[in-house]
Structures are given as C-alpha cells and as structure tokens.
Write a new protein. Structure first.
Length: 202
C-alpha cells in the first residue's frame, strides 16, 4: 500500500514539474567593426546589434577598448526611434523606445580614433563585458551572453600604402621595361651600324 502511495506521489510531482517548465528566451548580440586593419589616425566605427525572435526589450553591457591605443570620437544610439540609453558611457543600458516588436536591429555605435603613438604591428582589442539581453518574453525573458571582443591590426602606413604603390609602381615600371627593350633595340641598331662600318672598311 505504501509503495502505491509513493508511486502515486512521484507521478503527481513529475506532472507538476512538467507543467511548470517554461520556455526560455533566446537571442544574440554581435559586435561589428568597419575595418580589420587600421593606420595611425584612422577612425573605427563599432556597431553593437541585437537579435531575438522573442523581441528585443533591452541590452545591458559595458564596452571596453585599449585606451592607450584609441580615443572615443563619438557614440550613441544607432536608431533613436527604437531605442534609448539610460547608461553613462562606457556603460550601455539600452531600452526599447517603441511599442513595435523588434527582432533584429543595431542598438549602439561607437567611433574611435587610432592614436598617433600606437605601435605598428600591434593589435587593438574592442569588446564588451558580459551582456544581458532582455526580450519581450513574459517569463524568463533575460538571455545572458558571454563577453565579446574583436581585434584589429595596426599596419604601417608606408607598408600598407606600399602594397597599393607596388601596383602603381608596377604599372610605372612596365613602360620602363619597354624602354629597356627599346634601348636594347638601339644597341642592336648600333651593332648593325658597326657591321655596316666593318663592310665599308673591308
């Protein structure tokens, strides 16, 4: 008898657990940069975007960057019609500013300038701390996303420009090569003249 009661209780508990399981929200946040190679004095635009089929209600994080290599030029909401920022930079606390359901959108942009004292060949890192994506889901609406980062290489202006110049120089050198051929032709002509002189002398 006790065994039957125990089994019945276990069945009831199992049913209760199954019925109380709720759907968890899903979503992602990405960091996109305008370039993966920079020179001294260049600017970099970083865009933070969010995506969730459940609808985006807000994004909470803090952006990080190499302060010895970059300086912030400007920053702000990517689309003021959809979002508002309650955070003080570098903290980002984005909330929805519309009643419409948004499933994918850019939420924040930051423009950096590369400092003149940056070391050629070094790597610049831009990223965020842990990200909390708040969705429109009624329950379990938050998605915890690990910290993200992107890396950008600092290239030598003359070296990078040299790649471009190499193409230009090659184009310039091609006529020079032709000129060398003509010079050879001139030498051949001179050789012909020598033969002519030899004939006259004979």
């Amino acid at each position: 008898m006790k065994t039957k009661v125990l089994i019945a209780n276990l069945v009831i508990i199992l049913i209760m657990l199954l019925t109380t399981v709720s759907y968890s929200a899903t979503g992602s946040v990405d960091i996109n940069v305008s370039t993966n190679e920079v020179k001294k004095g260049d600017t970099i635009t970083v865009t933070i975007s969010a995506s969730s089929q459940d609808g985006i209600n807000g994004v909470n994080t803090k952006y990080t960057y190499d302060e010895d290599k970059l300086e912030v030029v400007s920053e702000g909401i990517a689309n003021t019609s959809n979002w508002a920022n309650l955070g003080t930079p570098p903290n980002i606390t984005i909330i929805s500013n519309t009643s419409s359901k948004i499933t994918n959108d850019n939420v924040y942009t930051i423009t950096f300038k590369v400092k003149e004292n940056v070391t050629i060949g070094s790597t610049i890192t831009i990223g965020t701390t842990e990200i909390v994506l708040d969705t429109d889901l009624a329950s379990d609406s938050k998605v915890n996303i690990p910290a993200k980062s992107v890396q950008i290489k600092v290239v030598d202006e003359s070296s990078n420009g040299g790649n471009t110049n190499e193409t230009t120089n090659n184009e310039i050198q091609e006529p020079n090569n032709t000129g060398n051929t003509n010079n050879q032709g001139s030498t051949n002509n001179a050789g012909n003249n020598n033969k002519s002189d030899s004939t006259v002398s004979g």
